[in-house]
Design a protein around this ligand. Structure first.
Ligand SMILES: O=c1ccn([C@@H]2O[C@H](COP(=O)(O)O)[C@@H](O)[C@H]2O)c(=O)[nH]1
Length: 271
């Protein structure tokens, strides 16, 4: 999906909500554990109940890898279900990959060609030759970790090297890489106060913003400092939506939570 198509969907749905599909078998309703593929059945029910409210879904691959081959097959079925039934939805593999060049090429092939995700999250720590193999895929998006939502972000990302914070080096340097137009960035909702400076470096880029809801980030603050004329934001909520209820009404409870966020987004877009 192109960025223009994503913006069109955001304007149509009046939503820049991304729903995180972080499936934990300990948290899903017990009756689903009796089905052949509880992870996929959970995702399908969540997608069916919420797809009109969201423009993106983000399975975090850790939650699938943790369940071995069955988990990976459930991830395959989930992305196939989205691509077949909702081709207008932007899909994000939250895999946080990145390695030496030939290995990164294989990661990129796995997520962009085999699984056919629109985007994948990538760690910038190994530098240009670890990221450019992802950027080489036209029509796909590489979402680089810039300033993450967790407390540990202050261990390295905000440290100053050569007069500037490390995350600013990530933003500035990555803009010089080949096919950098395929870049988006992760910035945590808990770091909203940094968004003004981030926008000075990447005024137009889309930002994937996790950390509202369970991690305490504030939607209004993120939009105040991070929104562009083309919106430029995908706000992710995972646990706050998908585990709104762990009973038989889980899908409708998720839809209710998603609708609350979507209506706040509509209000911001129409203000
Ligand atoms: O900086 C980051 C980068 C990624 N994440 C991921 O986003 C979701 C957040 O889940 P919630 O339940 O809404 O807190 C999860 O998959 C994280 O691994 C992040 O939180 N922060």
């Amino acid at each position: 999906m192109t960025t223009t198509q994503l913006i069109t969907q955001i304007r149509k749905k009046k939503s820049f909500l991304c729903i995180g599909l972080d499936v934990d078998l300990q948290k899903i309703p017990k009756f689903l554990l009796e089905t052949d593929d509880p992870i996929f059945e959970f995702n399908k029910a969540i997608i069916d109940a919420t797809h009109h409210l969201a423009v993106a879904y983000k399975p975090n691959t850790a939650f699938y890898e943790a369940y071995g081959i069955k988990g990976w097959q459930a991830l395959e079925k989930t992305i196939q279900y989205l691509n077949t039934n909702h081709p207008e939805i932007f899909t994000i593999a939250d895999a946080k990959r990145g390695d030496i060049g030939n290995t990164s090429s294989m990661y990129a092939k796995a997520f962009f060609e085999d699984l056919a995700f629109d985007s994948v999250t990538v760690a910038p720590y190994m530098g240009k030759d670890s990221v450019e193999p992802f950027l080489a895929f036209q029509g796909k998006h590489t979402i680089l970790l810039a300033l993450t939502s967790n407390q540990g972000a202050f261990d390295f990302q905000t440290k100053i090297i050569a007069d500037k914070e490390v995350y600013k080096h990530v933003l500035e340097t990555s803009k010089t890489w080949k096919n950098s137009e395929n870049l988006m960035y992760v910035v945590g909702a808990t770091k909203a106060s940094f968004l003004g400076e981030i926008r000075e470096i990447v005024p137009e880029s889309f930002l994937l913003v996790p950390g509202v809801g369970a991690q305490g980030g504030n939607l209004q603050d993120v939009c105040k400092y991070g929104m562009t004329d083309n919106i430029g934001l995908l706000i992710n909520s995972s646990r706050g939506i998908i585990y709104a209820s762990t009973e038989v009404d889980f899908a409708s409870a998720a839809a209710k939570k998603a609708a609350e966020l979507q209506s706040q987004m509509t209000a911001i877009l129409e203000a």
